[in-house]
Write a protein that binds this ligand. Sequence first.
Ligand SMILES: NC(=O)c1ccc[n+]([C@@H]2O[C@H](COP(=O)([O-])OP(=O)(O)OC[C@H]3O[C@@H](n4cnc5c(N)ncnc54)[C@H](O)[C@@H]3O)[C@@H](O)[C@H]2O)c1
Length: 421
Amino acid sequence: MTPDNQSDIKDPSLAEAGRQRIAWASREMPVIRQIRERFATEKPLQGIRISACLHITTETANLALVLKDGGAKVILCASNPLSTQDDTAAALVEYGIPTNAIKGEDEKTYYKHIDTALDNKPNITVDDGADLVTTLHIKRQDLLKDVLGGTEETTTGVIRLRSLAKAGKLQYPIIAVNDAQTKYLFDNRYGTGQSTIDGITRATNILWAGKRVVVSGYGWCGRGIALRARGLGAHVIVTEVEPTRALEAILDGYQVMPLLKAAEIGDIFITISGNKNVIDKAHLEMMKDGAILANSGHFNVEINIPALESLSQGVRRFRSFIDEYSLKDGRHLYLLGEGRLINLAAAEGHPASVMDMSFANQALCLEYIVKNRQNLETKVYRVPEEIDKKVARLKLKSMETEIDSLTPEQKTYLASWHEGT
Ligand SMILES: NC(=O)c1ccc[n+]([C@@H]2O[C@H](COP(=O)([O-])OP(=O)(O)OC[C@H]3O[C@@H](n4cnc5c(N)ncnc54)[C@H](O)[C@@H]3O)[C@@H](O)[C@H]2O)c1
């Protein structure tokens, strides 16, 4: 039983280890630390109930502490069954932030935890993938009347919410934090890039140099993964469905081909598209014996796992986060982290330094929602430009980096159409 009776975590005795790791992450989160100091005095979220569905990591803990110090009543649940750090969850409960998350929880428990977070009767939702918001819209509509607004952290969640809005069913304003430049340019690219390689390395201890690595999806995350894999000496092949992105991958120096062709030669396959069955039965049928499959996209649907099962005569857990599928034709394929985002399943997710910017956007957007609650419409908003710029400025300052400013003459020049050749 946890002290608050509102939490469900693996083991409260892990709290000390969690506290240490949260403090370590905080060292790399100067922008969040600064916002926390201001929130602690100004209390911009006083009395606001926040239900947050996020990866329960040390970085999320630092965000939750900002919101609590800002006066909010925060409750947390996991946004993925495999991404929870149990020691972090235990520390959060000790910090007085009810938390519902256990690494490896089954789907029923995952949704039970979302329900518990919603029992907080949120005024604001914070989501990563939109499972909390869709549960609220479908199952817990009675709670909608108290909701002022929400934020969404990731590409897949934003896509789902835009679909909900397009269908005319979105019930309150949501800010797409993912779409801030200080989020996707750094978190998606450098964060996912580094941590995906980290997750696969921790799970397998493979040597990247000389491997053929197939990256499916050349969006912001895919660019980062391809870049880092190449940096380690891998030969990177990109697969895409968007012609412009495919072109960009070629000019960035990668080989581009259809996945059916890449399937024959790849050693490691990484899906990062936000799409479904990207690696499908036909691809699995072509793969070399010993190929490794990993996903870093939000949901575990990018690799067609039921198809992999149907081709197999047996599966065994080879070591943590590696399942060996023995195919009926004698080949073996290795699925990492049950097809769930490998950077959070087998490693610790994004480094704190990039989450500093993503979560600074979160904190400032939540403050913005509370301040502007009377004026917001029921739609998916972009992050206000002044918040995005402010986060960039604060981050640069924390790096002791100064930049130039436009002179009055340059401002006039950039605003005019008169001056030419
Ligand atoms: N692992 C993490 O920590 C983490 C972090 C951020 C985002 N994400 C998730 O990663 C996914 C990608 O995010 P993003 O910001 O790069 O999105 P994005 O929209 O920038 O890029 C996705 C790319 O995948 C391509 N694509 C779609 N279907 C494809 C297919 N069948 N084959 C090949 N390519 C295909 C699209 O054309 C697009 O270029 C999303 O699910 C997002 O939520 C994960």
